[in-house]
Design a binder for this molecule. Structure first.
Ligand SMILES: N[C@@H](CCC(=O)N[C@@H](CS)C(=O)NCC(=O)O)C(=O)O
Length: 216
């Protein structure tokens, strides 16, 4: 066993975070013993000063494994998959792997913002403030999310990138969880039968149970 494999990895970030959960899911699916070091990126006092040595862009998560420090979730999850034993979370075939990477990019670029921020966070913040939500902005986010889920529906088989669980599924599920906390998100997912079946499949995985958001 390489020396690096004998060091317990640490994921830095908050348990409410979509991107931290993606990293945790990869660790849990590979059954890698690890620590979650809580870092609240939205804390009033800001991030601990030394966190910037792990992540110069002040986002979460960051990941440390021995002397290795990695930030950017997709780099972290690929490292986790490739540096540790356990079931492979990436297809071997070049085209299937490209599809998985394509889906991850779609999730980052076209789903995360409208579904998580512009629907879930917008409604949650309005509700907590006792104010009406900006329905026009939320309607626009619904349309963007609908379009994105339609694209994902076309890719979706048993899993998002084919017939086996991959990093694409682990990237999507934490976003969908927040979406499903809203009536908008539930209605949008219900329009997509393959994605709905996929959701029931992934929601039952022990990794999903073990990484629940505090608010879940
Ligand atoms: N591209 C980054 C995105 C990570 C990200 O946006 N994390 C959020 C929490 S889920 C964050 O740190 N937000 C803090 C901010 O926007 O200031 C990655 O893939 O790791």
């Amino acid at each position: 066993m390489a020396a690096a494999e004998m060091t317990k990895p640490v994921l830095f970030g908050a348990s409410y975070s979509v991107y931290v959960r993606i990293g945790r899911l990869a660790l849990l699916e590979k059954e890698i013993t690890h620590d979650l070091h809580e870092v609240d990126v939205f804390a009033e006092g800001g991030l601990p000063a030394d966190y910037l040595s792990l992540h110069p862009f002040a986002r979460i998560p960051a990941f440390r494994h021995g002397d290795v420090v990695i930030y950017e979730t997709s780099a972290i999850t690929r490292y986790i998959d490739e540096a540790f034993p356990g079931p492979s979370l990436q297809p071997r075939d070049a085209l299937a792997r490209a599809r998985m990477n394509q889906i991850i990019q779609i999730l980052d670029n076209y789903l995360y913002r409208p579904l998580v921020w512009d629907i879930y966070v917008a409604r949650d913040e309005a509700m907590k403030a006792g104010l009406p939500a900006d329905e026009a902005a939320i309607a626009a986010a619904n349309e963007k999310t609908r379009h994105c889920l339609g694209v994902l529906e076309d890719f979706c088989e048993d899993w998002l990138a084919g017939d086996a669980l991959t990093l694409a599924d682990l990237h999507a599920a934490p976003m969908i969880v927040y979406g499903l906390k809203t009536a908008d998100g539930r209605a949008l997912l219900a329009e997509r039968p393959r994605l709905s079946a996929w959701w029931h499949r992934i929601a039952k995985r022990p990794s999903m149970m073990a990484s629940k958001y505090p608010s879940e």
